[in-house]
Design a protein around this ligand. Structure first.
Ligand SMILES: [Zn+2]
Length: 440
């Protein structure tokens, strides 16, 4: 890559995943030192952080040394966005933004080198799902709308030599036409879209069990509980369309990196050559191995807009024992929630996804919005607005009983017309559907 900034020697090293824990740690420490020197030399934001903390890049020799530096939050990214750039605008080729679900979107610029790294990242995702050159991926998400991931999937497929057909989001008719005409083996999709595809097939006399699709690499929504079982959503998909093997992934624009499951489906594998991960508690201290913690990342090999100790807001468990696939890398559970959305309801800690998971499989429920508010006693309370065409006392009791049994909370349940609920869920200019409204 012809760049003056390429002193970061990003290398493809897929075998590192199979090395011993000690070798992986030594490898990460070495890469970390290069990254710290680079960031200090080129990032106005991090140069300030190092100087104000009286830390020099040479002081950071190991992952544990990172604790000498403060964390970076989304607020800083929003406030000092330009100061995070390590290269002049002329070196940036791909410009994307975060979704802007919480506040202003953050602009992320990628150099040619960063796109190359992104390509390798998805190559690893597809390799973990055991895709080969003989597979064809049907891409059911957008490549535009300032979205990083669609392009990443495309590049990763090219790197692996897998076929890829870019259908984009929605349009079930075109999706089915593509499935029947091009015979893809793999769908890259938001998991709930599989239900929509099956419903469309049923309505239109298409035998979806003969689709030829063998795998779905799921994005955007989690298909796993923290114990690696299926969520209600993925149970529902599996019952309906069981011949498709589902793979969970976890990624974000800020991370420029994904954590993807292998065929054993027991957590997203960490890629040691791309990123360093810490799991922190509310006071930014590392959590114990069996505790959930906030995923906090430091990039390796990122040139355009590298982040150091960026707190993602996502809460995960992590697992360090060797995987059955032979990889020795750490595995991340599905995200159990967002730190900022943690609810404490009468002593029970709960995150909104656990609340969604109860409603997702219910056929009577068309849509919903979960609201959190502070009650007169100053504690958290949950109200759920359920969109349904068949409201009844029975349905209310059924939902309440499910919440008591599965999440051990008793939310207030209110019924509404699904169209009215959609008015809250769909916000103009936002990429994601609003399912949680925090009024605390
Ligand atoms: Zn594995």
């Amino acid at each position: 890559m012809n760049s003056v900034f390429n002193e970061l020697t990003f290398k493809r090293q897929p075998d590192i995943q199979y090395k011993s824990k000690e070798e992986i740690a030594a490898f990460q420490n070495e890469r970390l030192q290069e990254q710290m020197a680079y960031v200090y030399a080129h990032s106005p934001y991090y140069r300030r952080v190092f100087d104000e903390s009286h830390v020099s890049p040479e002081d950071i020799k190991t992952v544990a040394d990172l604790q000498r530096l403060p964390v970076t939050t989304k607020t800083e990214l929003q406030k000092f966005n330009n100061d995070f750039f390590c290269v002049p605008q002329s070196e940036i080729v791909d410009i994307v933004t975060t979704s802007g679900t919480t506040g202003d979107p953050v602009v992320v610029g990628l150099t040619k080198h960063d796109l190359d790294r992104l390509s390798y990242n998805e190559f690893l995702t597809f390799s973990a799902a055991e895709l080969t050159k003989d597979d064809i991926i049907q891409l059911t998400c957008t490549l535009d709308k300032r979205f990083m991931a669609g392009m990443a999937y495309f590049l990763g497929a090219v790197e692996l030599g897998t076929g890829i057909v870019r259908v984009g989001g929605g349009v079930p008719q075109l999706q089915w036409d593509t499935i029947q005409r091009i015979h893809p083996t793999t769908l890259m999709c938001v998991p709930s879209f599989l239900i929509k595809l099956a419903e469309f097939a049923e309505k239109n006399g298409i035998d979806f069990h003969k689709s030829g699709i063998k795998k779905a690499i799921c994005i955007g929504e989690s298909i796993r509980t923290k114990e690696f079982g299926f969520t209600e959503l993925s149970k529902h998909i599996d019952e309906r369309w069981g011949e498709i093997k589902l793979y969970n992934t976890y990624a974000s624009t800020e991370m420029q990196t994904g954590f993807s499951e292998c065929s054993f489906g027991c957590g997203g594998h960490h890629q040691p050559e791309l990123i360093i991960v810490e799991f922190l508690d509310e006071n930014n201290n590392p959590v114990a191995d069996d505790e959930p913690g906030e995923v906090t990342i430091t990039h390796l090999g990122v040139e355009g807009m590298p982040l150091v100790r960026f707190k993602t807001g996502d809460i995960c468990y992590h697992h360090t024992e060797k995987c059955k696939c032979g990889r020795n890398t750490m595995r991340l559970s599905a995200v159990i929630g967002r730190r900022s959305q943690m609810l404490k309801v009468k002593g029970t800690t709960v995150y909104p996804p656990a609340l969604f998971d109860v409603l997702d499989p219910l056929p009577e429920v068309a849509n919903y919005v979960v609201e959190a508010f502070t009650n007169d006693l100053g504690t958290d309370e949950i109200r759920i607005l359920v969109g349904t065409n068949t409201p009844s006392e029975e349905l209310q009791k059924k939902i309440k009983d499910l919440y008591r049994a599965k999440v051990r909370v008793a939310p207030i349940i209110e019924f509404a017309n699904p169209a009215d609920v959609d008015k809250i869920r769909i916000v103009e200019g936002q990429r994601k559907i609003t399912k949680f409204v925090d009024k605390r």
